[in-house]
Ligand binder design. Sequence first.
Ligand code: G3P
Length: 195
Amino acid sequence: MLSLGWIAITYLLGSIPFGLFVAKACCGVDPRLDGSRNTGATNVARLCGFKYGVMALVLDVAKGFLPVLGAAAFSQSSLFLGLVALAAVCGHVWSVFLHGKGGKAVATTVGVFLALAPWCTVIAALLLIAVVMASGFVSLGSLTLVTAMPVLLLLSGEPTLAIFAAIIAVIVFWRHRENIQRLARGEEKSWKKKA
Ligand code: G3P
């Protein structure tokens, strides 16, 4: 019962659209209506400035990190911890507060795996940074991060968590389908050149 309750609470926490709150409160913009129309940190930074993007990023990471860290304090079950991680990501993507809509879940994915496998997450985050620096595309960096996570978890002897990371990667890829199409057409916005 406690486990199911924790999964439900994690889903609710994951549903909180921090990026939307930050953008509306700090710069009076609805990120669902402008830029990439995503509520995530990248679009908040694009529309409101770097500082507010970082604020949205930290909050979206925290809403994944904290409930998973809490779960790990009372359970060692990889299956349960994987379900809690998945609940946070599902909350962000299909938010109960946004009528089933939501974001692309990259920051929340970083948060959940930072709690479960910090070194794997740091390596995946470094890969993200390297790809973004080299290409200018945050979306390409995000896709690299979620692709690397299951591989790194498998290599570090966490097969169950690797399966959950792979499920999360499929969700994140699906949420990036428009970015992928823009990348393929050469129309994705780069941080390296002004729009
Ligand atoms: O984390 C989201 C990022 O990968 C892409 O964001 O706003 O460029 O679609 P955006």
